[in-house]
Structure formats: C-alpha cells, structure tokens
Design a protein around this ligand. Structure first.
Ligand code: C2G
Length: 132
C-alpha cells in the first residue's frame, strides 16, 4: 500500500536545510503532505512574524517536485488531527523536536531526522542584515 508522509515547518527564507528535510521525508513514502505554519502561529510561538507571509511560504513549498499537497498549520497541538485528516502513515520531524510527538505512535510511525548543520533562517537573516 502507498505510504503517505506528513511533515511540518515554517519554511521561512527557504534554504537548502528545508529542501533536504522535505526530500528525505518524501523518500520515506509515495505521497508527501506538508503543513506550513501560519503567520499567527509563528507570532504566538516565536514572538515574531516570518519574513515571508504564509501565502508565499505555502506557494514555495507547493511548487517543489516532491511535494504532493500543502496546508496551513494553525496549531502545534493539532498534529493528531492533521495526521488523521491527511491519512498519514508517517510523521517526519527534525530532531530538534525529538521525543515531542512520540505520543502519536498509536496513529502513525513517528520519525525524527537530523537537521542539516550550520544553516538556519535566523543565521541567514543576521547575515543579510549585516549583523553576522
Ligand atoms: N531543518 C533542517 N535543517 C536546518 C534547518 C531546518 O533539517 N538547518 C528542518 C527542520 O528540522 C524542520 C524543517 O526543516 O523539519 C522546517 O524548519 P523550520 O521552518 O525551522 O520549522 P519549525 O519552525 O521548527 O516548525 O509543527 C512544527 C512547526 O511547523 C514549526
């Protein structure tokens, strides 16, 4: 049976670390669904607005060859609902979230993949703004 993989992220100032995570997630199944976190969710959780708005971030992720479907992630706590709605067999998260979603193991396989070292949206913003 075809396996559906689901993963989540803000994907702000899209970079190669994001791309590699999405490609590795896609390789774990036949269909990849990506939850792109809403501007309001970012403001609530990180205390700042993303550089690119949610419509732009959704459009960028949706345009990737390995991505089959995107949706707006409105709440970090709704992972179980999102997994069910999208009939996901595997949840993929970066290992900065390691252990945080283990409770979903009753509805899907939960996989944490290592992040690409030495690249981040925050570091890029600092570099571009001349602070690094
Ligand atoms: N990532 C990576 N390597 C990096 C940077 C990011 O592999 N150097 C991965 C993250 O681990 C994540 C994805 O790229 O799987 C998206 O990263 P972020 O946009 O930083 O995601 P985040 O804001 O942590 O997600 O439910 C989760 C929320 O959507 C928030």
């Amino acid at each position: 049976m075809a396996r559906t993989v689901i993963t989540f992220g803000t994907f702000d100032v899209f970079h190669v670390g994001h791309l590699r995570m999405i490609e590795r997630a896609a390789a774990l199944g036949e269909r990849l669904v990506v939850g792109v976190s809403a501007d309001a969710l970012n403001l609530r959780k990180k205390g700042r607005e993303p550089v690119f708005g949610e419509d732009e971030r959704l459009a960028i992720v949706a345009a990737l060859k390995v991505v089959d479907e995107v949706f707006l992630e409105e709440s970090l706590e709704a992972k179980r609902d999102y997994v069910r709605q999208h009939r996901a067999d595997v949840l993929v998260m970066g290992d900065d979230w390691k252990g945080r979603f283990d409770e979903l193991a009753d509805v899907c396989e939960v996989v944490y993949l290592p992040r690409t070292p030495a690249i981040s949206t925050t570091a890029l913003i600092e570099k571009i703004s001349g602070n690094a």
